[in-house]
Design a protein around this ligand. Structure first.
Ligand code: NAP
Length: 291
C-alpha cells in the first residue's frame, strides 16, 4: 500500500516560509494575472492563485479581458505590465481562445517577470544547463512542484527510470528535462506512443500529465513505482453540488495498492503548483536580474 504524498501539507509549509519572508521585506511582491474570456475552470484557477497571493502578503491584480480581444491588443497590455514596477510577476492564464497565438503572447512577457516560466528563453535555460536544476531560470511551476513532491519521498531520483506521460510545453517536456538533470533516465510518451502500458510498466517513477481521467490503471504500474498524478479532469456527478467532481489521470484507488508513493487528486500537484508560482515571484523580487 502506497504512502500518500500530501501536496497540501507540503505546500502549506512552503507557503508559511514565503509568508514569513515577505513579512520581513520592505516591498510587497506583485503578481498580475491576465485572464481572457470567462471560462469557469480558468476563473477557478485564477481565484485560487489570488487567495494564495493574499495569504502570503503579495499584491495581486487580475486583468480580465473579453474573449474577443485581438492578439496585438493583448500584447500591448502585456507590454504595459512589463513596464509597471508594481508587478514583479506576470502570468497569462492558459488556455487562450483559438484566434490567439499562445506562443507569441507568452513570448511578449518580459522573461524576468515570467513567473510561469513559459517564455522560450526560460524554457531554453532548462534545456541548456549544467547537470543540476538551474538557478538562473524561472522553472515552470508544475514541473518544479513535481520535482519537490518526488524529493519529499526521500527516494533518490538518480539512476531511476522515469516515464512521463504527456509532452506539453508546460508540463511534460519541462518535467522530463528536470528529471534528466537529476540523473534519471527519461522516457516521454504521447498520443502516438505504441503500447503505452508496457512503457508505464518499465517505470520506477511515473508522471501522468495527459488530461485523461483514470487513464493509468493498476495493470500499467509495477510494484513499488512512485506515481505522480498531474491530471485535473472533471467528471459529471449529479450528487456533487457543483455537478462534477475532479479526478486525476491515474486510477488512484487501485494504483495505490501497487505504488510505493502516490499523489492524490485533488491535494497533490495542484496546491504545490500554486505555491511554486509564489516562490517564482519571490525569486524575482529577491533577484530582479534572475535571467
Ligand atoms: P496538454 O497540453 O493537453 O497535453 C496533453 C499531452 O498528453 C499531449 O502531449 C498528448 O499527446 C498527451 N496525450 C493525450 N492523450 C493521450 C493518450 N491517450 N495517451 C498518451 N498521451 C496522450 O495538457 P497539459 O497542459 O500538459 O495538462 C495535462 C493534464 O495536467 C491536464 O489534465 C491538466 O488539467 C493538468 N494540469 C495540472 C496542473 C496542476 O497544477 N495540477 C497544471 C497543469 C496541467 P500529443 O502531444 O501526441 O497530443
Amino acid at each position: 500500500m502506497a504512502q500518500i504524498i500530501d501536496g497540501r501539507l507540503l505546500a502549506q509549509k512552503i507557503e508559511e516560509q514565503i509568508r514569513q519572508e515577505v513579512g520581513k521585506m520592505g516591498i510587497k511582491p506583485g503578481l498580475a494575472i491576465i485572464l481572457v474570456g470567462n471560462d469557469p475552470a480558468s476563473q477557478i484557477y485564477v481565484d485560487s492563485k489570488e487567495r494564495a497571493c493574499h495569504r502570503v502578503g503579495f499584491y495581486f491584480e487580475e486583468i480580465l479581458l473579453p474573449r474577443e480581444i485581438g492578439q496585438e491588443k493583448l500584447i500591448e497590455i502585456i507590454k504595459l505590465l512589463n513596464e509597471n514596477p508594481n508587478f514583479h510577476g506576470i502570468l497569462v492564464q492558459l488556455p487562450l481562445p483559438g484566434h490567439i497565438d499562445e506562443i507569441r503572447v507568452l513570448s511578449a512577457i518580459n522573461p524576468k517577470k515570467d513567473v510561469d516560466g513559459f517564455h522560450f528563453s526560460n524554457l531554453g535555460r532548462i534545456l541548456v544547463t549544467k547537470r543540476n536544476t538551474p538557478d538562473d531560470a524561472l522553472i515552470p511551476a508544475t514541473a518544479k512542484a513535481i520535482l519537490l513532491l518526488l524529493e519529499s519521498t526521500g527516494v533518490p531520483i538518480e539512476g531511476k527510470k522515469a516515464v512521463v506521460l504527456g509532452r506539453s510545453n508546460i508540463v511534460g517536456k519541462p518535467v522530463a528535462l528536470l528529471l534528466l538533470q537529476k540523473n534519471a533516465t527519461i522516457e516521454i510518451c504521447h498520443s502516438k506512443t505504441q503500447n503505452i502500458a508496457a512503457e508505464c510498466l518499465s517505470a520506477d517513477i511515473l508522471i501522468a500529465a495527459i488530461g485523461k481521467p483514470l487513464f493509468v490503471t493498476k495493470e500499467m504500474v509495477k510494484e513499488g513505482t512512485i506515481v505522480i498524478d498531474v491530471g485535473i479532469n472533471r467528471i459529471e456527478d449529479k450528487f456533487d453540488p457543483r455537478g462534477y467532481h475532479i479526478v486525476g489521470d491515474v486510477d488512484f484507488e487501485n494504483v495505490k495498492n501497487k505504488a510505493s508513493f502516490i499523489t492524490p487528486v485533488p491535494g497533490g500537484v495542484g496546491p504545490m503548483t500554486i505555491v511554486m508560482l509564489l516562490e517564482n515571484t519571490l525569486r524575482i523580487v529577491k533577484n530582479p536580474d534572475i535571467v
